[in-house]
Design a protein around this ligand. Structure first.
Ligand code: 2HA
Ligand code: ZN
Length: 269
């Protein structure tokens, strides 16, 4: 069957990573039903033949005007599609879109007219922000990691950097591989422009942001790296819970031990 991925090995490899991560999200229990979404900026893989591809949908409004996205292309998980299905067949459970010259609408160009994720305003606003900052981040991931979401049901952990410090202190790897920590966004209606704006504000300081009582939003250079940041944070939450289940409050690494780590690994803070 004809696919935009045919004879484009670099693009196919990127979409292959999305499928692999979608499988992990399902296996971890982070992607019930149609939960979660993924978008990838694939503009760097776009050749003249892709630029010439006709629209296979009407032009649709994004819900925001995003000047840095003019002429950009994204792979987007489809709305109502399941991660476990996307893992097997990414082009039947997602699609490639082109942002139009008005920077406020898009068309689907391949492979099938699969309508993009309900969180498209958040995802595209975030990509616009990343480009405006000149960042090399191409992937954004939203998922529902059980233990991290559970933490957000206690206001103690919603205070700035409380959860970050706790999770960093559970195992040295977490600070090494999620060096900017975990931002917190108070509960906001899913899919709303307000949620997108609050997320972008937190992304100034963090690569991974919690949406209170909902899920996590992570950005990185590619989807595997975004997944890894969420995975190390959730691993720390599991260690915290394991210690609590053994009947004690875990000690955690000391501030001094974490400072030593940051210096040894040249971490940003
Ligand atoms: O796409 O998780 O927040 C399903 C969701 C929306
Ligand atoms: Zn969600």
């Amino acid at each position: 069957m004809s696919s935009i991925l045919n004879n484009r090995p670099a693009l196919a490899a990127e979409i292959g990573k999305v499928a692999e991560v979608a499988g992990y999200l399902w296996q971890k229990g982070w992607a019930e039903r149609n939960g979660g979404n993924i978008t990838i900026n694939i503009t760097e893989y776009v050749d003249d033949a892709i630029k010439a591809m006709p629209a296979i949908s009407e032009a649709k409004r994004i819900g925001a005007t995003l000047p840095y996205l003019k002429g950009c292309y994204f792979y987007c998980k489809g709305t109502q599609k399941r991660m476990r299905d996307l893992a097997r067949d990414p082009m039947a459970n997602g699609s490639v879109i082109r942002v139009l010259d008005d920077c406020a609408s898009y068309v689907i160009i391949a492979d099938q007219p699969v309508k993009p994720t309900s969180e498209l305003p958040s995802h595209l606003s975030v990509h616009n922000y990343l480009l405006s900052k000149g960042m090399n981040y191409k992937a954004s991931l939203h998922t529902h990691p059980i233990e991290l979401v559970a933490l957000t049901h206690n206001q103690k952990f919603m205070a700035k950097d409380v959860a970050s410090n706790l999770l960093w202190s559970m195992i040295p790897e977490t600070k090494a591989f999620c060096p900017r920590g975990l931002g917190m966004v108070p509960y906001t209606l899913p899919s709303s422009v307000e949620l997108a704006e609050a997320t972008i504000k937190e992304l100034e300081d963090y690569d991974v942001v919690m949406w209170e009582k909902h899920g996590v939003f992570a950005v990185d250079t590619d989807i595997m790296a975004a997944f890894d940041q969420v995975d190390v944070l959730n691993k720390s939450a599991l260690i915290y819970i394991a210690a609590k289940n053994m009947g004690f409050e875990p000690e955690g690494m000391s501030q001094e031990q974490m400072r030593e780590m940051s210096e040894a690994f040249h971490l940003p803070k």
